[in-house]
Design a binder for this molecule. Structure first.
Ligand SMILES: Nc1ncnc2c1ncn2[C@@H]1O[C@H](COP(=O)(O)OP(=O)(O)OP(=O)(O)O)[C@@H](O)[C@H]1O
Ligand SMILES: Nc1nc2c(c(=O)[nH]1)N=C(CO)CN2
Length: 171
């Protein structure tokens, strides 16, 4: 971490997904919970997108969105906090890529690259997922983040492939 990051925090992007019960409520509760953590401030929101399930397709449609945060937590601690919030919001792990009340994925943490047994940054599957890239591109654009050009190039490569967006609700 640079001295500047230690002082001002690191800009990070978190993907949210939900496909059980009151999906919008879970998204909102997760955002509130993250913002209430000391060392995390939510600074940007994408719209909410309804998306067809990808990977394991025999499940309900998801609501997905991406948020920008500024955090003074190291990446591993941020992940740990995200996993604790998932647990509080009733997340269970029964089936890989299966239904969930809330899923929180750490997409980008500044321009850091990291591979540990518990955490890979950038998220290793984000570039294949329209349900991540579309809202991420939206929030990067809104927040005028320099990563916009880079990520929107990935999005262009995905055009017409998978992760159909069914509808979008503006925030
Ligand atoms: N960038 C990351 N963000 C979130 N979790 C990560 C990341 N890199 C590695 N992991 C690890 O992945 C584990 C499983 O995460 P999770 O259960 O949310 O996976 P999933 O959402 O079912 O599938 P996917 O990882 O493909 O999104 C977490 O416990 C965490 O240790
Ligand atoms: N549409 C959509 N499909 C998924 C999602 C998701 O959030 N949205 N999450 C998955 C596991 O991370 C697997 N498939």
């Amino acid at each position: 971490m640079t001295a500047e990051e230690q002082e001002q925090g690191t800009i990070a992007y978190v993907a949210l997904g939900s496909n059980i019960d009151d999906r919008e409520h879970y998204l909102q509760d997760a955002i509130t919970a993250l913002n209430q953590e000391s060392g995390i401030t939510v600074t940007g929101l994408s719209s909410i997108y309804e998306t067809e399930p990808v990977g394991y397709v025999d499940q309900s449609a998801f609501l997905n969105m991406v948020i920008q945060i500024i955090t003074v937590l190291p990446a591993e601690e941020l992940l740990f906090t995200m996993l604790a919030i998932e647990k509080r919001l009733g997340r269970t792990r029964d089936l890989r890529w299966g239904p969930r009340t809330i899923d929180l994925d750490l997409l980008l943490y500044g321009d850091h690259q990291l591979t540990t047994p518990d955490l890979i940054i950038p998220h290793p599957r984000m570039h294949e997922r329209a349900f991540v890239l579309v809202p991420l591109t939206e929030v990067l654009y809104k927040r005028q983040d320099a990563a916009f050009e880079f990520i929107s190039a990935h999005l262009e490569k995905l055009e017409g492939k998978e992760g159909v967006i069914l509808w979008k609700k503006a925030q």
